[in-house]
Design a protein around this ligand. Structure first.
Ligand code: NAP
Length: 458
């Protein structure tokens, strides 16, 4: 496993990091475990103050961190700035609400059966395995709640964005957080498995692909460790017959193109009623044609390169397979020749359920559009997926939108809006999109011991 930063705009390798030794892994485990015991004796207010310092430091170093993110995985600089802002919001949210969320929970008891409540306690060291598409946000959304709970974290980040992971770990350390609160390690898959198996580790959270998730979840299961899995998606964007068309036009392109289309909850399948289908295809085609590929640091650029050469090649293969099996390419369809890892904004139509791409996640600026004759057909099509992460419903009647949303087998539904993530709203999916939730109180509860205190009736 080589940890290196290769700038996706130029293809130039800027930095390579040495792998951690087993001795370093052992030292990390010992230090994190010792901190877990120390934190059990300390009031939560110490960690609250510390987490607020981390939020302040994120804001103070906003542009420097944003630049690091862009050079690691290529997203537009302004998107990286937005990511740092969101991280500061998450840190502040858990600092300000963590104590209240960790209060004991009274359990309603039938008369005569005594009293019961549970207290929320830390469980131990957490192994976090995170992806490259949001190099800071993915870390912060598991680090901040577990920091408040008192679970120290060991981080294995994606091998293509080591500079961002290291920058965040250094920032945490510089704010004065205790050693072991967050340790970033450049480790192999075997070392990850060994850490999960270690008795001092109580759980593992992973965000990534089904392939990575299945391997890490298997290691967790084998060792009876708690786990949360945040995996891929093939989210539907359903435009109902009473949708506000002006809003649809504003939201649809960004829902697919943000982060160069490399978002688990990007709208990957647009589902449109037959009478509006041609108009929608024309609109999206015009909007995609206007996108400007270029230097992600240049504010005029509107479409960033993909994260790596491998990502570009994989997407090309998927688009080729889709077309070979009958899909029509309305615009784009090709990787862009040259140094950067760009892919043309692409629209595919005519994908039938027997097309191998029908049930695959395409991670890049490729929209697929489907024509349906009824709402029922739209719902069935949205549900005809092995994924179930998010989804979008457009209707000018919120009750109508919610009725349809409730029939979609998914973890999150966004009404009249693109996918979104805020500290207070939970994030996660069902089916092959994984299990468990991050963010909100649900994310904080993920690795908490709900310790029952029962007193029988006298
Ligand atoms: P990935 O290949 O599964 O990698 C994710 C992380 O898992 C990386 O750190 C990777 O390390 C590590 N990993 C992979 N296999 C492993 C194994 N056997 N043992 C230990 N670690 C392992 O996924 P990706 O391609 O980087 O990320 C894109 C995927 O993430 C997409 O499917 C996307 O939809 C999903 N995603 C989901 C969410 C969500 O919240 N549901 C959010 C963002 C992204 P290396 O880099 O060293 O291989």
């Amino acid at each position: 496993m080589t940890y290196q930063t290769t700038y996706p705009y130029t293809g130039e390798t800027l930095k390579t990091f040495p792998n951690a030794s087993d001795a370093e892994v052992n030292r990390t485990l010992a230090r994190a475990h010792a901190l877990y015991h120390k934190w059990r004796t300390q009031p939560i207010t110490t960690r609250k103050v510390q987490l607020l310092k981390i939020a302040t430091a994120l804001r103070a170093h906003r542009d420097e961190l944003a630049r690091t993110i862009t050079y690691d995985m290529g997203k537009l600089f302004r998107e990286s700035q937005g990511e740092v802002d969101l991280c500061a919001m998450i840190a502040e949210y858990y600092a300000n609400h963590g104590e209240e969320m960790l209060q004991p929970v009274e359990l309603p008891m039938p008369v005569g059966q005594g009293s019961a409540h549970y207290i929320k306690q830390a469980t131990g060291v957490i192994m976090a395995v995170e992806p490259w598409n949001f190099p800071l946000y993915q870390i912060v959304r598991v680090f901040a709640p577990n920091f408040m709970v008192g679970n120290p974290m060991i981080l294995k980040d994606a091998s293509i964005c080591p500079t961002s992971a290291q920058a965040f770990a250094t920032l945490v350390e510089k704010t004065g957080a205790p050693a072991g609160a967050l340790t970033n390690l450049f480790i192999s898959y075997d070392q990850v498995a060994r850490i999960i198996a270690d008795p001092r580790v109580s759980g593992v959270c992973l965000t990534g692909s089904m392939r990575g998730g299945a391997a890490v979840a298997a290691a967790a299961g084998k060792n009876l460790k708690q786990s949360t899995m945040e995996l891929g998606g093939n989210d539907a964007f359903i435009i109902l017959d009473d949708a506000d068309w002006n809003l649809v036009k504003q939201v649809a392109p960004r829902a697919r193109i943000d982060n160069a289309g490399q978002v688990c909850t990007s709208s990957k399948r647009f589902i449109v009623m037959a009478d509006k289908y041609d108009e929608f295809v024309t609109i999206l085609k015009e909007q995609f044609a206007q996108l400007k590929m270029g230097n992600p640091m240049d504010p005029a650029t509107t479409l960033a390169p993909l994260s790596s050469k491998g990502a570009q090649e994989k997407l090309q293969q998927q688009v080729n397979i889709a077309i070979e099996h009958g899909a029509t390419c309305v615009i784009g369809g090709h990787a862009v020749a040259g140094e950067g890892f760009f892919f043309e904004p692409t629209i595919l139509t005519g994908i039938t359920p027997d097309n191998p791409i029908f049930d695959q996640e395409m991670f890049g600026p490729v929209a697929t559009i489907y024509k349906v004759d009824s709402e029922e057909e739209a719902i069935n099509l949205a549900n005809n997926s092995s994924y179930g992460l998010g989804g979008t419903i457009f209707s000018s009647d919120p009750d109508h939108a919610e009725r349809v949303a409730a029939q979609i087998e998914t973890g999150m539904s966004f009404i009249n809006s693109s996918w979104t993530s805020l500290p207070a709203i939970p994030f996660g999916g069902v089916k092959n999109s994984g299990y468990g939730r991050e963010l909100s109180i649900l994310g904080l509860d993920a690795f908490v011991n709900k310790h029952l205190i029962y007193t029988p009736e006298k």
